[in-house]
Design a protein around this ligand. Structure first.
Ligand code: ZN
Length: 454
């Protein structure tokens, strides 16, 4: 049977989806499609209006904020702009855990809250509540980011994600494939036979966008490049959930013959930073304020720091100045695509993806990837993962490729030592597979140490 066109989905299926969810994502989406072209000053004004309303709500209805404002001797009127936010303390996952009930608004129920949990890839999962309007905005924000990669609502899309091969029931198939036109592939299946099945499915489906973890997409791309498989008919590739490294981007571009767009998202913080066609990272500025912070102070533009977010649409359980745990750099460059949305210069690895060196310095996952990248033509490995359980010690898990020998292990060890100093005890361990996180992510660096950088 011929597949129904995108416009059918846009006009009929998505309104049904909205109705089922009780959301108004379509209306929000058309607003966001317009507001992205407002000037940066106009967007700033929009942001301020929403900030003032949220702060007022938090003061009057949220016991945690009412108490905090009183303790600090400030009134809601004292918070008018993004730069006023520094008068308030930064909160983190621990704050939310410790003040869970107190963070709920008194009119909590009226916001139609839904309980959510974070993925927990970098520690204990966090439980929190989002509200209906936030859910609407979440989808609208996402669709807009996909539109920057050429996707139109109702187009076919595919996802290489965390779903386990056995986890896909009939109901989720109907919801995903039939309602949302999404072909869901598992990132747990990385053997060549599974890759061949992926190839068949994708070339038949011809998705406008293919979304996936860069580590999974990279393995897939490596397979395609080695097997010289071309023209899968993918319009664009969207990299999600993990840091996208340059070598991954170029291998994926080569394999799929299309552009790769990096999409950063932190649902608990309500933040998206996604690449437009010009590969600029734009924030969802109408719905979130992002501050770049180091040692509790906002840093100047162009300086690296942790992203701290204020979700402007979360009313059931407001998070004002919430630590995302991810690093970024703000940009004040003139946008090439002429969108007025704020931009980030870069989005960097999660703060947990760092190795602590014997001298106390930190080495980020991105630096470690660069080390492996530099020696990639000389070593025969399929995957690696650097694990730190103790200070001064490091375990490097590697999955051998044909031609792997003892000298590969030595080269890895010696090269890492050059970057980490001679006091680091490095153990290269050959494994059959690199374990995935529960959500199916493959992380290149796993630190079990508390990294207290800020
Ligand atoms: Zn742009």
């Amino acid at each position: 049977m011929a597949e129904l066109g995108s416009s059918f989905y846009r006009q009929f299926m998505y309104p049904i989806l909205d109705k089922r969810r009780g959301t108004d994502s379509l209306a929000r989406y058309s607003e966001l499609k317009k507001s992205q072209w407002l000037s940066s000053d106009e967007i700033k004004r929009l942001q301020q209006k929403k900030l003032k309303a949220l702060v007022k709500h938090a003061f009057h209805n949220v016991p945690f904020y009412n108490r905090t404002f009183k303790k600090l001797g400030i009134r809601p009127e004292d918070i008018q702009t993004k730069s006023d936010l520094k008068k308030l303390p930064i909160i983190d996952k621990e704050t939310v855990r410790n003040h869970f009930e107190e963070l709920k608004a008194k009119d909590f129920k009226s916001w139609k809250p839904t309980e959510r949990t974070t993925g927990g890839t970098t520690g204990k999962p966090l439980r929190y509540y989002s509200n209906k309007s936030e859910h609407s905005v979440f989808w609208a924000d996402l669709w807009r980011a996909w539109s920057w990669a050429g996707y139109e609502l109702g187009d076919r899309r595919a996802t290489i994600g965390g779903s386990k091969p056995s986890g896909s029931g009939f109901r989720s198939f109907i919801k995903s494939r039939v309602m949302e036109r999404n072909l869901s592939l598992s990132s747990f299946e990385v053997k060549p036979e599974a890759m061949q099945v992926h190839v068949k499915k994708i070339s038949r489906f011809k998705p406008r966008i293919l979304r996936g973890y860069p580590s999974s997409l990279y393995l897939f791309a490596k397979y395609l490049n080695d097997a010289k498989v071309k023209n899968l008919g993918v319009g664009s590739v969207l990299s999600i959930s993990e840091q996208l490294y340059d070598h991954q981007r170029s291998a994926i571009t080569q394999a799929f013959g299309c552009e790769v767009y990096d999409n950063y998202g932190c649902p608990d913080a309500g933040v998206l930073a996604c690449e437009c066609m010009e590969h600029e990272y734009h924030l969802n500025s109408e719905n979130a304020i992002v501050e770049i912070v180091k040692d509790n102070d906002v840093v100047s533009t162009g300086e690296e720091g942790e992203m701290v977010s204020t979700n402007l649409v979360r009313y059931a359980m407001p998070f004002i100045r919430y630590r995302t745990g991810d690093m970024g750099k703000a940009s004040d460059a003139k946008s090439k695509c002429k969108r007025g949305l704020e931009m980030l210069d870069s989005v960097l690895g999660r703060t947990a993806d760092y190795i602590i060196l014997p001298n106390g310095n930190l080495l980020a996952a991105v630096n470690i990837a660069a080390v492996f990248n530099a020696i990639s033509s000389k070593i025969h490995i399929i995957q690696y993962q650097v694990v730190q359980e103790k200070k001064g010690e490091l375990k490097v898990l590697v999955v051998e490729d044909t031609g792997f020998s003892e000298s590969d292990s030595s080269l890895i060890k010696d090269t890492l030592l050059e970057h980490m100093g001679p006091d680091m005890a490095i153990d290269v361990v050959i494994v059959d597979d690199i374990p995935l996180t529960e959500s199916g992510k493959r992380r290149s660096v796993v630190s079990k140490l508390e990294v207290g950088i800020f």
